[in-house]
Structure formats: C-alpha cells, structure tokens
Design a binder for this molecule. Structure first.
Ligand code: GLA
Length: 378
C-alpha cells in the first residue's frame, strides 16, 4: 500500500478519551457526512485508546468492550463503511497501551489478523509500556510487517512522538505516517511548541510516510479530554494553516456533531486543504524569519505546487502584530524575469492583485495569512 497524500480524518482521543461508545462513533460517522467533511476529503474515522476489555480471549485475541461496543467492532466498521468512510483503530507496541489496555507486543500478527477481519483500514500504533530490551525501531517493524501481510490494506500510523531518533529509521518500518511531535493539548502554547518542534523535521516529511504533527484541536473550545484552556478562533485558524502548509495529516479532534459555522469554515476551507493535499507534495521553504528574544516570532513560507502556482504563508507566533515584506526576487520573480505573482487570499477569498517587486503581509498576533500565487506576465 502506498499513501500519496496526507491522510485526513477524525479521531476520538482529543475530545472523548476513554469515554467512547458505539453510539457516539455512529453519530460521528453521520456527522462526517452531514457536515460535508467526508466530501471535503476527511475519510478516516478512528477509534483511539480504551476500546477493548482488559483481558484477551482464550485464543489470545483482543476483545472489544461489550458495554461500549455491544454490536461488536465488525458491525461498527460496517456502519462506518456504509457511510463511504474508512475505519481506523488503535493499538500500541508495548505490553499495555498508554491507557493500560492490552497491547500488541508479541501479538503483532494475531492482532493484525483481527483488525483485518474487522475491516480496519487504519491502525494508529502507540509507543507506551515497551519491554526495555525491545527498541521501537524493532517493534514498529514487527507491526509493519504484520500489517503488510494481513491480507488487507491497512494504513500504518506510527505514533512514537519523534523519540528514539525515529526520523532516522521510521521509514524502514512500513509506517505511512508517523507522529513527529509529542501530544497536543488545546491551547496556544501547545500549538506554538509543536510548530517549533516540527521545524527541524520538515526535511524528513515526504510522500509515502508523512510527518504527523498530531491531531487537530480546532473547535474544541477548551472542552473534552485534552481541552486545557482552549484557543481563539484566530489561533485555531493559524493551527490549521500551519498543519496544512507543513503537509501534516489532518485528523480532526473536536466534537463534529456541534461545530459552529466559524469552525466549519476553517476545517472545510477547500483552498487551504488543496495546499495540504497538493499532488506534488513539495517541501515548504522558509523565505524570511524573524526572532525576538531568541525565539521565532514570525516567518514567511513558500511552497511550489504541482500546477506551477506558489503557496505562500505567514505565521505569527509572537504576541505582537507585524507586517513582513516578501521580496518577489526570493521566488525568482520580478526584475528581468518579466513575471509577477497574482495573489489570492485563501482565508478571505479575495483577489489581492498582481505583485511584481514586493508583497507586504499584515499579520495579527498569533495570526496567519495564507495565499496562492499564480505566475503571470508582469
Ligand atoms: C498517547 C498518544 C495519544 C493518545 C493516547 C492514548 O499519549 O500520543 O495521541 O493516543 O496515547 O492513550
């Protein structure tokens, strides 16, 4: 199985934690369709940790908790598929999951067979409670091989938080995406810290195995399992823009049954999603960066798209408004090129005009701007 674009979907952890049920998952599947998320490309619906009983059955197989999932996992999976979605589940490379449920260490082939039987299309694979003599480098390969031989295409989402030098070896394991950062929580500091942690890892991102900056907190509003403080609407827009521009998988974490129109407008912005899903999947590059007090304050980014357009973004991590100036010369435009950039604002939808020499970008504190530029005659 080869994965060409960053996977998009929804995951239960951020809002629900252990408080998951068949009813809630079915409602989420319905909501993915009714809100238009499915049609915008969000296709995976993933049940995270805490779905099983605390004991395996007499054949060593994982058992879905019958109180939470009375119809069994195959029925839940069938329902998710009936909505035109793909079904994701969770396990871990240690002896217990992070929330201390049975985990897949030494059961990799048995569990991969169970997931295949249940019609699972995506496995998030965590990194807690590993026996000390078994490095992640080995354990992720064991599950990668088990999944590749289970008889079903299952996307392997490795969740080892970027530790143990994983950028060096994660692509050996068969992972299609890998958590390149620690856990997100719903506040601005977390978004800022994950962004900064991602910068040195951007060069390792690429088609086939995407850097996963962790699930989105957009729309959580400080509520739910990781709702520690919440963010402003502008901060959620910045978070979504950074994750999109950096080519991260986008796994929604809020309760999509009750999203405000403003939150829907963020998650369903087709032009921003198109930058994330661009077929060429090129690395973003930093055009200019300013540090204040030793910390990154804001930076302007470019990304060459498949059709020759240029995506541009400015992320302002600082507490002050700013207005950086982008020199077209930094893109090889203006001057003797005879070419300029026709720029469209991807958040307001406005056509801003044709820019030959420079482009000044106003960005609010904690804000972002995102644009798409078409190369035209000057
Ligand atoms: C780890 C992962 C989270 C979540 C929890 C579940 O912390 O990084 O994304 O899956 O475990 O226990």
């Amino acid at each position: 199985m080869i994965v060409q674009r960053p996977p998009l979907g929804w995951n239960s952890w951020n809002t629900f934690g252990h408080n998951i049920s068949e009813t809630m998952i079915r409602e989420m599947a319905d909501a993915m369709v009714e809100t238009g998320l499915r049609d915008a490309g969000y296709e995976y619906l993933v049940i995270d940790d805490c779905w099983s009983l605390h004991e395996r059955d007499e054949n060593g197989r994982l058992v879905a908790d019958p109180e939470k999932f009375p119809s069994g996992m195959k029925a839940v999976s069938d329902y998710v598929h009936s909505k035109g979605l793909k079904f994701g589940m969770y396990s871990c490379d240690g002896t217990l999951t992070c929330a201390r449920y049975p985990s897949s260490f030494d059961y990799e082939f048995i569990d991969a067979a169970t997931f295949a039987e249940w019609g699972v299309d995506f496995l998030k694979y965590d990194n807690c409670n590993r026996p000390v003599n078994y490095p992640g480098r080995l354990l992720y390969k064991r599950m990668g091989l088990a999944l590749a031989n289970c008889g079903r295409d299952i996307l392997f989402s490795a969740c080892n938080w970027g530790v143990d030098n994983s950028p060096e070896w994660i692509k050996e394991t068969g992972a299609h995406m890998w958590r390149s950062t620690g856990d997100i929580v719903d506040n601005w500091d977390s978004i800022k810290n994950l962004t900064l942690a991602q910068l040195p890892l951007l060069k390792t991102n690429g088609q086939g195995c995407f850097n996963d900056m962790d699930m989105l907190v957009v729309g959580m509003g400080g509520k739910g399992n990781v709702g520690f403080g919440g963010c402003t609407l502008e901060e959620y827009r910045t978070h979504f823009s950074i994750w999109s521009f950096f080519g991260s998988p986008l796994m929604i974490g809020c309760d999509i049954r009750n999203m405000s129109d403003e939150i829907k407008a963020i998650l369903l912005n087709k032009e921003v999603l198109a930058v994330n899903q661009d077929a060429a999947y090129r690395q973003p590059f930093e055009i200019s960066t300013v540090h204040w007090g030793g910390e990154l304050a804001w930076s302007v980014w470019g990304k060459f798209l498949e059709n020759g357009d240029v995506a541009l973004a400015c992320f302002n991590l600082s507490d002050n408004n700013t207005n950086p100036c982008l020199a077209m010369a930094d893109l090889g435009l203006g001057g003797r090129s005879g070419k300029a950039l026709k720029i469209r604002d991807l958040w307001s939808g406005e056509e801003l005009g044709v820019f030959k020499d420079q482009f000044v970008i106003d960005v609010a504190a904690h804000g972002c701007r995102m644009f798409r530029g078409q190369v035209v005659d000057a």
